[in-house]
Design a protein around this ligand. Structure first.
Ligand SMILES: [Zn+2]
Length: 301
């Protein structure tokens, strides 16, 4: 049973907007694409855990703290006797196992993710202990991408390769497990401890001034839009959206990037670019947000 769903992280959400509205450096671009790929892999794994019948509670994406150490868990399942923890990796291509690094013929080595898994497991163990839970932790790395191969993998490591996933999930599904109130209490507790904004997030520096202004298409992210009557139409893909909805969607981006800036008619008029009339902007804001103050000092919340 799904107990805590996954949503895009603050980092990924921000990077998605920044990628549209400013020029990311090569490193930032690489970081962004990795975040996107990681999220995609996690969502793929969610599709598999959601099929588990009724013997576990599913908690996705937990950001927790134990003994002042922060740790993040991609996917976790509470069973009667065990707490299963999964680190999901969406790596692609051919790698050779090494205790420190996974090596590729192309030379792009990646750190052996078992180190991270060990740390997460230890942190979770301490946290569960402090919460009085006696569940045994089983921790695994799942390589979700079917185009991933890892040569020379030693046996008996908690690594689940793409070809082993189906069988592994089948075994989980058949695991005898009777849940009671104590399991639900633990799940509630962990959800309450989850931090929506993780500490130490790394984001590119950005300012209002260096953002590209304009509304973007919901479907293809293009800035090439025009207004016709009540609709905003994309020149690139033809997608049509009501002006009201498009403006509010772009206001949300503005608010997400700049929570410290006030939402005013002038500001949003400048942000949206293609809506000529300030009156129209003001009407949309007035309909969807609460106005505070009067005249030129009015802003929306
Ligand atoms: Zn479009």
């Amino acid at each position: 049973m799904l107990y805590k769903a996954r949503s895009e992280s603050v980092v990924l959400k921000t990077l998605r907007i920044l990628n549209k509205r400013m020029k990311l450096t090569e490193d930032e671009q690489w970081y962004y694409l990795n975040q996107e790929k990681g999220f995609e892999g996690e969502v793929q794994f969610d599709l598999l855990t959601e099929k588990l019948q009724h013997n576990c509670l599913i908690l996705n994406d937990l950001q927790l703290e134990s003994n002042k150490s922060s740790f993040q868990l991609d996917s976790t399942l509470i069973f009667q006797e065990t707490y299963s923890l999964f680190e999901v990796k969406n790596y692609e291509g051919e790698y050779v196992y090494d205790s420190e690094y996974f090596k590729t013929p192309g030379g792009k080595d990646i750190q052996n993710p078992l180190d991270q898994l060990k740390r997460s497991k230890l942190c979770l163990q301490q946290l569960l202990q402090s919460l009085g839970s006696k569940l045994t932790i089983e921790a695994y790395i799942v390589f979700i991408n079917p185009h991933f191969t890892l040569y020379q993998t030693p046996p008996n490591l908690p690594l689940i390769l793409p070809t082993q996933i189906d069988h592994f999930m089948e075994k989980l599904n058949q695991k005898p497990s009777q849940l009671n109130q104590s399991h639900t209490n633990l799940a509630d507790k962990l959800v309450s401890l989850h931090q929506t904004v993780p500490p130490n997030i790394h984001l590119p520096t950005y300012t209002y001034e260096n953002m590209k202004k304009g509304m973007t298409c919901l479907k293809c992210n293009s800035f090439s839009l025009f207004i016709s009557g009540k609709k905003v139409i994309c020149r690139k893909c033809g997608y049509e959206e009501l002006v009201t909805l498009a403006v509010m969607r772009n206001v949300e981006e503005f608010r997400f990037l700049f929570p410290e800036l006030k939402i005013t008619t002038n500001m949003i008029h400048e942000w949206c670019v293609i809506v000529n009339s300030k009156k129209r902007i003001s009407r949309v804001l007035g309909k969807n947000l609460k106005i505070t103050g009067l005249g030129q000092w009015a802003f929306y919340e």
